[in-house]
Design a binder for this molecule. Structure first.
Ligand code: MN3
Length: 224
């Protein structure tokens, strides 16, 4: 009898979890230790399975039974000023990490597409100048946050930084646009390997940037 009760309870609990799991984590497209040299395997494991997983789960809880449960993540973030703070923090956390995993790769030596390369050179002078600008934005972010390369409504590239889990899609930030590259500068992204040396983490991460993915996102952002 107890067994049956437990089985029914477990089934009910499982189906309840499934019904409100609106957003899911995309499987990591490489092994946890594939980025060693720039980011260690233990950091990737904890970052993906604990930190990022919690944002996704808590976003689903925060929107359960609300109109936001039927919206895309981009729609939610675009009207975030009208949402509870839990949706802002966890919705941003979900979106930002889903982007972050894809713009990293173990395949070293990818380069910006000719079109993105031209836009980078016109806007920042060179890819190296862009890296410096993003790293400066990330290094000077006090506390936790992100450094971004994004495309504004006129199709122009810009670099910005946001606090906590905010991002350029949100209607609460001053520099709005579509992010195409985002660097996580929360301590949880680098502390095990780098401790207080955020600048070293930011230097080494360029070895594993997936320029193919950033270029794809650039093309997509231009069409919006
Ligand atoms: Mn993070």
């Amino acid at each position: 009898m107890n067994f049956i009760k437990t089985a029914i309870f477990t089934a009910a609990l499982f189906s309840a979890q499934v019904t409100f799991a609106q957003f899911k984590q995309t499987p990591l497209p490489y092994a946890y230790n594939a980025l060693e040299g720039s980011i260690d395997g233990k950091t990737m494991d904890i970052h993906y399975n604990k930190h990022a997983a919690a944002y996704t789960a808590n976003l689903n809880k925060a929107i359960d039974g609300t109109p936001a449960a039927k919206e895309s993540i981009e729609e939610i973030l675009g009207t975030i000023s009208k949402m509870p703070v839990a949706v802002r923090n966890n919705g941003g956390g979900h979106y930002n990490h889903e982007l972050f995993w894809t713009i990293l790769t173990p395949n070293k030596g990818t380069t910006p597409s000719p079109k993105l390369s031209k836009a980078i050179n016109e806007t920042f002078g060179s890819v190296d100048a862009l890296k410096e600008k993003i790293n400066a934005a990330g290094a000077s972010r006090f506390g936790s946050g992100w450094a971004w390369l994004a495309v504004d409504k006129d199709g122009k590239l810009f670099v910005s930084s946001t606090a906590n889990q905010d991002n350029p899609l949100m209607d609460v930030v001053t520099e709005n646009g579509v992010p195409i590259l985002g660097l996580d500068v929360w301590e949880h992204a680098y502390y095990l390997k780098y401790q207080n040396k955020r600048a070293d983490y930011l230097t080494n991460i360029w070895e594993i940037i997936n320029w193919d993915e950033v270029s794809k996102r650039y093309e997509k952002a231009l069409k919006k």
